[in-house]
Design a protein around this ligand. Structure first.
Ligand code: ATP
Length: 453
């Protein structure tokens, strides 16, 4: 059976990610570890650009949000109070024939008989809850009293530190606390490359408010988050805001949206935007016996704030950025014949490298020296990459393939050998249009900086 164009596209994306150093399988030389991934030199830059931009928009550009960075290990009591210890689980079924462990919703049912999707076997266990948290032990003794978990979300440390952050920041409602960090879930079936991993990163905001503001703020944050995705280069047509129906919503949530992206493997969640009422703070207040109330100085009222949570996945968004950017078009090769060009059309803001710098020939000292001067000139403003090997067209292709939006070529005209008026000018090439313009070296930083920020 031939694979669908979408499956082929996904295969090409996965292979490009490995070949060019965006994403590697974790522990690859030992056969890998299912659901775990490492980001290579380009992947880590892409991921950082995303996280920095999120932080910039969600924290630095606002007066009403502050940040924090909580620990991954927390007191077990946190996970009891939040409900994770008892209920953070997927119903799971074991196939006795092929030993596969399956999520109950993946079991096929034919004429009322349950079947294993792997081997077709019909000898399946009844569904049992499988807790998604990774259990570990703190200290030297492994016993019930030393149990805790790797956090399955970053949000809980925000709730638990609510009072401390409120006191030191002296914020008034509505205000938010933002955090970016690792989270861990022992997913039964990690799949779709990095989309469903066992170790991943989240970017979460807990935006505290009064009860009467909750529903309005839920819609406000949905719009803000949709704008964010467009500002990092994801087209609006590939984004969808799904209203999560009552039966799928957490019982304490009064409204939830899933922001979905049209991945090659289908529409899937990038981010959840949920109005969680006062559930989390109330749970921790009751369990800890410590007040997590807010005192309104004007009305002299004390109450537990409500919260709206936009919770996004770093890894899923990185994958969406790569899927969105991946494209193939036609461009002339060295002999002028058309060939397929693979290009990642990243928004310049997200691109791992902003500008390639190329001396036309590597064995002409003055060209190389000029190119290195340009590298030094640009480096304080943007990430640059120097490449002197191979034909210039090949060097452009290598940068197109990793999404570098600009390329600067130093040629003999730069040296003023043919025309003195062109001395100290270079060719500036734009990745998508492949258009080239002649610009003065001294103007480069001024031209490029606004185009990448
Ligand atoms: P899903 O239904 O896909 O399992 P979820 O609804 O359980 O996701 P949330 O608990 O709302 O996810 O987590 C918030 C965000 O964290 C998700 O929108 C997603 O971007 C990210 N995330 C959650 N689980 C994973 C995972 N296993 N791998 C990568 N990212 C994840």
């Amino acid at each position: 059976m031939s694979r669908s164009p979408d499956a082929q596209r996904m295969e090409k994306i996965v292979s490009l990610c490995k070949r060019r150093g965006f994403v590697f399988q974790s522990s690859e030389i030992y056969g890998g570890l299912n659901g775990c991934w490492d980001y290579g030199p380009l992947g880590v830059e892409l991921k950082r650009n995303l996280k920095n931009y999120w932080w910039h928009v969600m924290v630095h550009e606002r007066d009403d949000v502050v940040g924090m960075d909580g620990s991954i290990l927390m007191n077990r009591a946190v996970w009891k109070a939040s409900g994770h210890e008892d209920t953070f689980s997927d119903p799971m079924v074991d196939c006795r024939s092929c030993k596969a462990r399956l999520r109950a919703d993946q079991v096929i049912e034919r004429k009322g008989v349950r079947q294993c999707p792997n081997c077709g076997g019909k000898d399946l266990t009844e569904p049992r809850p499988f807790n998604l948290m990774f259990k570990t032990y703190v200290g030297a003794t492994e016993g019930e009293s030393s149990v805790t978990y790797l956090r399955p979300e970053t949000a809980q440390s925000i709730f638990v530190q609510f009072k401390n952050v409120l006191e030191v920041s002296r914020k008034k409602l509505p205000f938010g606390i933002a955090q970016i960090g690792k989270a861990f879930r022992n997913e039964i079936n990690p799949r779709n490359f990095t989309f469903r991993s066992r170790e991943f990163e989240q970017m979460e905001l807990e935006y505290f408010c009064r009860a009467e503001e909750g529903m309005k703020l839920l819609d406000y944050w949905l719009e803000e988050r949709l704008k964010f995705y467009q500002n990092i280069g994801i087209s609006r047509e590939k984004l969808h805001a799904r209203t999560v129906p009552d039966e799928e919503r957490a019982f304490y949530s009064k409204g939830t949206y899933d922001i979905e992206y049209d991945f090659p493997f289908g529409w899937q969640e990038l981010e959840g935007v949920a109005y969680r009422t006062d559930y989390d703070l109330s749970q921790h207040q009751n369990a800890s016996g410590k007040s997590l109330e807010y005192f309104d100085e004007e009305t002299k009222q004390r109450f537990v704030p409500h919260v709206v949570e936009p919770s996004a996945g770093v890894d899923r968004t990185v994958l969406a950025l790569i899927c969105e950017a991946y494209s193939e078009d036609e461009a002339p090769d060295e002999k002028g014949e058309m060939e397929t060009r693979l290009v990642l059309r990243f928004h310049p803001r997200m691109a791992p490298i902003k500008c390639g710098v190329f001396p036309l020939l590597k064995n002409k000292e003055p060209l190389v020296a000029k190119a290195k001067e340009i590298i030094d000139l640009l480096r304080p403003h943007l990430t640059v990459f120097y490449d002197e090997s191979g034909a210039i067209g090949r060097r452009y292709r290598r940068q197109d393939e990793i999404g570098t939006p600009f390329g600067v070529t130093v040629d003999f005209e730069t040296l003023g050998e043919k025309d003195a008026t062109l001395r100290d000018t270079v060719t500036l090439r734009e990745r998508d249009s492949m258009k080239q313009e002649r610009v003065a070296i001294n103007d480069l930083a001024g031209i490029l900086t606004p185009r990448i920020s």
